[in-house]
Design a protein around this ligand. Structure first.
Ligand code: DX5
Ligand code: ZN
Length: 222
């Protein structure tokens, strides 16, 4: 796997052609497929459940990166792992027993991630860094694709990078929301390693070329 992970979010895909859309971004060099699960409670929108995770799993050999924007996420761990999730990322804002839940995800043989909203301080994960395979810094308020990147996220990613490095963590540092040609280089510079992009990739005339463009903007120019 390359050191820059590009994870197209199927939230912006054409669902009538989901298999084709996934095949297209996989052929175009995508590293993971990002699946946004929303429950209409934690976030004001509804999306997918285990059936779609299973569909995505069958459509690709890439890791299936599942972002749970739901209350009581533990209700879904078994089903989503059985459906083929590679990683489950949960929100501390609705996971008071974060250590228990991250541990449980790993017990199921799945990677575990924590995602924090723009208003949530990084300190909410400071005691569970050893339990994290991924830390996701949200760069929009979750719920919808195609929103504007929040500029303060760049400094938050920089502080997240410092926190992970200080703890000796090799967790992925992911950023999600408003990632595009205009924003990706700044968060890459700040230390992010994995980039979710929905609208930028699936609304592009050539999604494969867009993936390559986003990746190229992360390379250090010497
Ligand atoms: C937002 C979701 C994102 C979303 C990103 O709540 O978690 O994964 O699909 O979409 P864009 O890249 O369009 O901002
Ligand atoms: Zn997401």
């Amino acid at each position: 796997m390359s050191s820059v992970v590009i994870a197209p979010s199927i939230l912006s895909a054409d669902f009538a052609r989901l298999g084709d859309e996934i095949a297209q971004v996989e052929a175009g060099g995508a590293d993971w497929i990002h699946v946004d699960v929303m429950d209409g409670r934690f976030v004001p929108n509804l999306t997918f459940g285990a059936k779609v995770i299973d569909t995505v799993r069958r459509a690709t050999s890439l890791p299936v990166d599942v972002h749970l924007m739901v209350v009581e996420p533990e209700r879904y761990f078994d089903d989503f792992v059985a459906a083929g999730a590679t990683r489950l990322t949960i929100h501390p804002e609705v996971s008071p027993h974060l250590h228990r839940q991250l541990t449980r995800i790993r017990e199921l043989g799945c990677e575990a991630g924590a995602a924090i909203n723009p208003s949530t301080p990084l300190s909410v994960v400071s005691e569970v860094i050893a339990e994290l395979d991924l830390l996701l810094v949200m760069s929009v308020n979750p719920g919808f694709g195609g929103q504007q990147f929040i500029p303060a996220s760049v400094d938050k990613v920089r502080r997240a990078r410092a926190m992970l490095d200080a703890a000796g963590s090799e967790a992925w540092l992911q950023v999600d929301g408003g990632i595009s040609r205009e924003t990706i280089a700044d968060v890459w510079d700040a230390g992010a390693t994995a980039f979710v992009a929905g609208n930028a990739i699936f609304a592009a005339a050539d999604p494969a070329a867009e993936i390559e463009m986003l990746r190229s903007l992360c390379r250090v120019v010497v």
